[in-house]
Design a protein around this ligand. Structure first.
Ligand SMILES: [Zn+2]
Ligand SMILES: [Zn+2]
Length: 369
């Protein structure tokens, strides 16, 4: 295996061409044989130059990254040839896809998180910005997520020589079998921090409490889940953060319920107002509204107030306020009220059979009414 060019230049495997160039210039000045005070300056200068020659050429750098050498030679996996080929011999071509993967990227996406947010009926109807508190992995401020002490870099893992996996050979009655597993020392990345961050022990993350402001759009319904991008766990070693999923738990309301974007409630209308018509105050999400009960309103009648309902989710305007009218039939009448109603019934030719009616009058008399 060739020398670790990244370690020689003191840059990470993900370093940009600019970073590589800067690192090389700095080191070349330091180790230039004509001016350097270092005893091994000439040797170091040669190594640094060789590393730069490869890493500054994208094609050669890619070959180096893949095969551990910049030369155009066949990859060398310790004399066993290609692992995929060996597996193919034993198990058929299905294993041809299981070629050596090489080290996995050091940076990994953070996990998604989920939480539940309680909303009042009105908050859900109109939208609200609410904070949820989380205790989760966040980027380490000390190393900015890199896992390395400031000013240091990741270097090749010695345990797996940068391959990210460890191979072992087993002899069995079927012949020689080669197995590989992710290197435990470098977590399969092929690199370790030369000087792990002391704050986060090299993970690049720290668990911490934080608040996330969740913008809940008006019109959201109970059981809906919102995704807040990038507010899940921080990524590993500078990887992308996960997302936060917020489940909505919307309280019921004693007066209203929802039917889509419409706000629905019931209203009791006294019998006489149903007969004669009236203006009645009704509660809405915007305060009291006056509704017109027309004369001769029937049980089960519905009055609609346009635009007084729930905000349309992701759209313009609002639904309606839908008021179901219940006509209140008096359960008890005074003698005077009864006389009036009977008079009405008489005029309308709707008097019931005389007998029960007379009995009722007699009963009222006996009670002294
Ligand atoms: Zn750190
Ligand atoms: Zn390793």
């Amino acid at each position: 295996m060739a020398a670790d060019y990244y370690a020689l230049l003191g840059v990470s495997r993900a370093a940009s061409q600019d970073e590589i160039k800067r690192a090389y210039r700095k080191l070349a000045r330091e180790y230039h044989p004509d001016t350097s005070a270092h005893g091994d300056a000439e040797e170091r200068f040669k190594q640094i130059s060789a590393a730069y020659e490869v890493l500054s050429d994208p094609g050669r750098r890619e070959r180096y990254d893949t095969f551990g050498t910049a030369e155009n030679a066949a990859p060398n996996f310790g004399g066993f040839g290609d692992l995929g080929d060996i597996m193919e011999t034993f198990f058929g071509s299905g294993f041809g896809t299981r070629r050596p993967r090489g080290p996995r990227p050091a940076a990994q996406r953070g996990n998604d998180l989920e939480t539940t947010l309680k909303l009042t009926f009105r908050e859900a109807a109109f939208g609200v910005t609410k904070e949820v508190s989380l205790y989760a992995a966040a980027m380490c401020e000390s190393c900015k997520g890199s896992g390395c002490e400031p000013g240091t870099f990741r270097i090749r893992c010695e345990a797996c020589a940068g391959a990210g996996e460890v191979r072992s050979v087993q002899r069995s009655i079927f012949g020689t079998m080669m197995t590989s597993r992710a290197c435990g020392r470098c977590d399969g990345t092929g690199e370790v921090a030369a000087d792990p961050c002391r704050t986060c022990a090299g993970d690049g993350r720290m668990s911490a409490a934080r608040m996330v402001a969740v913008e809940v759009p008006g019109g959201i319904e109970h059981g809906t889940t919102l995704r807040v991008r990038g507010h899940g766990e921080a990524g590993v070693r500078g990887g992308e953060a996960g997302d936060l999923y917020v489940h909505m738990s919307v309280d019921g309301d004693p007066v209203f319920h929802r039917e889509g974007d419409d706000l629905v409630c019931r209203l009791s209308v006294p019998l006489t107002q149903a007969i004669l018509g009236a203006q009645i105050l009704v509660d809405s999400l915007d305060g009291a509204e006056t509704i017109k009960v027309p004369p001769g309103t029937q049980p089960g009648a519905v009055v609609r107030l346009g635009g007084k309902g729930i905000q349309r989710l992701g759209g313009r305007g609002r639904g309606d306020l839908v008021v179901h009218l219940d006509i209140e039939i008096p359960r008890k009448l005074s003698a005077e009220q009864r006389a009036i109603v009977e008079q009405l019934a008489d005029v309308r030719g709707e008097l019931p059979g005389d007998e029960p009616s007379k009995k009722a009058r007699l009963r009222d008399k006996l009670r002294g009414k």
